[in-house]
Ligand binder design. Structure first.
Ligand code: ADP
Ligand code: TRP
Length: 322
């Protein structure tokens, strides 16, 4: 049975790009039986340095995953930092990772291009991510398109390790869902916590309605036919949250002319709000039960750590550390 693993960084509030790009595929895959999902709190240290904020985001993300259907009876779910073995594997593989490979990493290049002064952590980010994956003998990593390069680096690093020290690490495959490869944000760019263009999965109804009604469209009149209706941002988002056929129907109406952007955005909000309603209800139950959530993460860490210790032991022996 292939082992599936993915992580999500607690550096902000989760949005529907995270949901459709990473969480839903992961949750669908947990039924298969060997799923490992974690909250990448070590990774969040490259993005934020407020301890209380990190704790709050980590807790929020745990609630979000459980509310959206992560089932701890099926998937192992833990906090990355509860398994510190990952830091040791980062060192082992880091000594085999070429500088050139890391210098080409988008995560590093994009941030430095935006004027963020890089530190060692940001530079080493892909090595820590490779360690996350390799520490659990992972076969498949379901992620959004933006993580493709990290996965390629992970494969390169695993291959190099095996060539250097003998067959030790499992070389993983990525799994990128084409239909939701990149969920666009409110401004049409990739939806991202760091771009301030998100629609949150959970949040205040009024605020979210305002965000969606505030999407900027072009100045064509409602009557005008819109031959480019398929590329309309609201249509693209509607395809994700509305039942099959609904988005196609709106798209046809937009193309023919006669549908105003205000009505389209209203429909988008309603479908979005309805789509996440059951998860909102479940999240409210979980918020009232903090001990349960903490116990789930603790149990997950115990299970994850058993695997991590075995794989790290193998890697240490291969390197001649034992
Ligand atoms: P962000 O860009 O908001 O900081 P992360 O980098 O923490 O999001 O991404 C967490 C997961 O969600 C990753 O697997 C990533 O590929 C996926 N993801 C993030 N944004 C999108 C998006 N707009 N469309 C599809 N998947 C996304
Ligand atoms: N870097 C990923 C992101 O920003 C999060 C992450 C950390 C991850 N470790 C991982 C994803 C391991 C998949 C596998 O989205």
């Amino acid at each position: 049975m292939p082992r599936i693993l993915t992580g999500i960084t607690p550096s902000g509030t989760l949005h529907i790009g995270n949901y459709f790009g990473a969480m839903r595929p992961a949750i669908e895959l947990q039924a298969g039986g060997d799923a490992y999902y974690f909250i990448a709190d070590y990774h969040s240290m490259t993005a934020l340095t407020d301890a209380a904020e990190r704790r709050a985001y980590t807790r929020g993300i745990a609630l979000d995953w459980l509310a959206c259907g992560l089932d701890p009876a099926k998937a192992v779910f833990w906090r990355q930092s509860d398994v510190p073995e990952v830091c040791e594997l980062t060192w082992l593989i880091g000594t085999l990772t070429p500088m050139g490979l890391l210098e080409r990493a988008h995560s590093y290049k994009d941030k430095t291009a935006r004027g963020i002064a890089p530190n060692f952590g940001l530079f080493a980010y892909p090595v820590l991510m490779a360690a996350d994956i390799l520490l659990y003998d992972t076969h498949v990593v379901p992620v959004g398109k933006d993580q493709k390069q990290h996965l390629e680096m992970t494969r390169d690093i695993a291959i190099k390790f095996n060539q250097t020290y003998g067959e030790t690490l499992v070389v993983p495959d990525e799994q990128i869902r084409d239909e939701v490869a990149v969920v666009p944000g409110l401004d049409g760019q990739k939806m991202s916590k760091s771009y301030g263009n998100t629609i949150e999965i959970f949040g205040d109804e009024k605020v979210l309605r305002k965000k969606i009604m505030g999407i900027v469209m072009d100045s064509r009149t409602p009557q005008e036919p819109k031959p480019d209706a398929d590329r309309n941002l609201a249509i693209q988002l509607l395809r994700l949250v509305a039942p099959a056929g609904v988005a196609a129907d709106y798209e046809n109406r937009l193309r023919a002319g006669g549908l105003g952007y205000g009505d389209l955005k209203k429909a988008l909000f309603e479908h979005y709000w309805t789509f996440f309603a059951p998860y909102r209800a479940r999240r409210a139950e979980l918020v009232a039960n903090p001990d349960y959530v903490e116990q789930v993460l603790k149990d997950g860490a115990t299970r994850a750590r058993t695997v991590a210790k075995a794989v790290l032991g193998r890697a240490r022996r291969a390197c001649g550390l034992e």
